[in-house]
Write a protein that binds this ligand. Structure first.
Ligand code: MN
Length: 355
């Protein structure tokens, strides 16, 4: 069970009701499709679920989580209300960032005796500081991703389709222990590579194509994310130039990243290089995002981001240049902020690869 002291210090409520699957998983590391997690100050918590999970959830008791069962036919809110009253709760934090309107209306009706306070942003903020164990999972997910990339290079050749490459990448990640995809794999070749988030199609690789692959694995519920662009046969002069500018921009971001900077500053380090080389208008997305259980988490690195990038947080650095009719290049690594700079969690080579 995750320590919740920081969350309560930020939120100033008597209890927090966690309803979303991902946040239940975050706090407990117990995967369930149904349940409520009631958090109280001083790391006291109660997991409320139905008979489908009750027996499995007993493993949580070793983590000092009390497990309560909703009896057949009764409502979860009955159990929750009783629990809050026993604990003299007046204010209840809820996930305003996750809950849909109908569930919110239900929540208001059923917990009318308590004052409801949105704490979703606080949960997201706390989640952005990775624990040693979470970092281990993310590093393992990235190691799987790096190995899958090395293994795919011999497979990419003229005549193989984008879909085939995506399937092979996914197979190689699964074989190495990925429990699922961090997100839908992107493989974009030739003129398709000018679309940053193109879906893999039946287009086959042709000589001279840029092939951009953006993909990630999952390990124990945690994501990795990397992008590489490789060339099949000699790229034309402009694509080669673009590759060098994107590499330079990404290096500028990585080498100048420090804890305490803003997401806007990190974005600017990459963006200015691309602008100075005449491709400013072709870098059409932001520089990076954090990740964890979700593939996109706070903090963000963009032109508008006022997020501070702190020790213990992760951010991707993924500049790109996309020219319609020609193709595109993106290179993405995951960075971990430490006291004296960043650690690049992505091991794959960034020197131009011509297959
Ligand atoms: Mn990404």
């Amino acid at each position: 069970m995750k320590n919740t002291d920081r969350l309560f210090a930020l939120s100033g409520v008597d209890a927090i009701l966690v309803m979303s699957e991902k946040n239940r998983f975050y706090f407990t590391e117990f995967a369930s499709t149904f349940g409520y997690l009631a958090l109280f100050p001083n790391n006291k918590s109660v997991f409320i679920t139905d008979p489908r999970y009750y027996e499995m959830a007993q493993s949580l008791s070793s983590e000092n989580v009390e497990v309560k069962q909703i009896e057949n036919g009764l409502s979860a809110y009955g159990v929750i209300t009783e629990l809050f009253k026993e604990n003299s709760v007046k204010t209840v934090g809820y996930e305003d960032t996750e809950i849909v309107v109908t569930d919110f209306n239900d929540l208001k009706d059923n917990l009318a005796d308590f004052e409801l306070v949105g704490v979703g942003k606080n949960i997201n903020f706390v989640r952005s500081f990775k624990t040693a164990q979470e970092l281990e999972y993310i590093k393992k997910a990235q190691a799987i991703t790096d190995e899958a990339f090395s293994s795919i290079l011999g497979y990419i050749k003229v005549g193989v389709s984008e879909r085939d490459i995506a399937i092979e990448l996914e197979y190689q990640m699964a074989k190495r222990g990925s429990s699922g995809l961090a997100f839908d794999t992107i493989v974009a070749s030739g003129i398709n590579s000018s679309k940053p988030h193109a879906h893999p199609s039946n287009k086959v690789i042709e000589a001279g194509d840029a092939v951009t692959m953006d993909f990630g694995a999952r390990f124990n519920g945690y994501c990795s994310d990397m992008t590489r662009t490789v060339f099949v046969g000699e790229p034309n002069e402009e694509l080669r130039k673009i590759y060098n500018i994107v590499t330079l921009a990404q290096n500028m971001g990585i080498n100048n990243a420090y804890a305490g900077m803003t997401g806007k500053e990190l974005d600017a380090f990459c963006r200015e290089i691309i602008k100075a080389n005449g491709y400013g208008e072709y870098f059409t997305h932001s520089t990076g995002h954090s990740l964890g259980i979700d593939i996109h988490e706070t903090p963000y690195a963009s032109m508008r981001s006022s997020d501070t990038l702190n020790v213990g947080q992760i951010i991707t650095c993924e500049p790109g240049i996309y020219v319609t009719g020609l193709g595109g290049v993106r290179i993405e690594d995951m960075l971990l902020f430490e006291e004296d700079g960043v650690i690049d969690l992505t091991m794959s080579d960034k020197n131009i690869i011509i297959l």
